[in-house]
Each structure stands twice: as structure tokens, then as C-alpha cells.
Write a new protein. Structure first.
Length: 77
């Protein structure tokens, strides 16, 4: 009887989620740097699009990581 394979870790299960999360956070930092470059929050249209896209990418990455974590914490039969 073959031995059961060990479950993959959270890093490997949620690799795409961590990638999206990292890119989203970097995008948020970049868009906020651009929006605050004059000292006050003055975003132009490109900065707002970048900010909205970064927020969506961060949320999607966080959702993927959460789902991978939840999938790993459920017992398998």
C-alpha cells in the first residue's frame, strides 16, 4: 500500500494569491506616492485607475490566499 502524499503547504497552494497580493501592495504604494507627490492627495485620472486596479488586485490576492488557507485547514477524508 503506497504511503499517502503529504499535503502541500500554504505557500504552494496560495502561490498565485501571494503573487497578486504582492503586486497589489506595490501598486498601492506606487499610486499613493504619485497621488501625494505635491504634499496633498491630488490624484489624476491615471493615478485613480492605478489605485482602483491595485485595490482590486490586492483584494483578489487576499481572497485567493484565504481560500488556500481554508482549503488546507479542512480535514480530508
Amino acid at each position: 500500500m503506497p504511503e499517502p502524499q503529504p499535503k502541500p503547504g500554504l505557500i504552494s497552494r496560495g502561490a498565485v494569491g501571494f503573487w497578486f497580493l504582492g503586486l497589489g501592495v506595490l501598486g498601492l504604494v506606487r499610486s499613493l506616492m504619485r497621488a501625494y507627490r505635491s504634499g496633498v492627495f491630488e490624484p489624476d485620472a491615471i493615478t485613480l485607475l492605478w489605485l482602483i486596479g491595485s485595490i482590486l488586485l490586492t483584494a483578489m490576492g487576499a481572497l485567493r490566499v484565504w481560500r488556500a488557507w481554508r482549503e488546507g485547514s479542512l480535514p480530508r477524508d
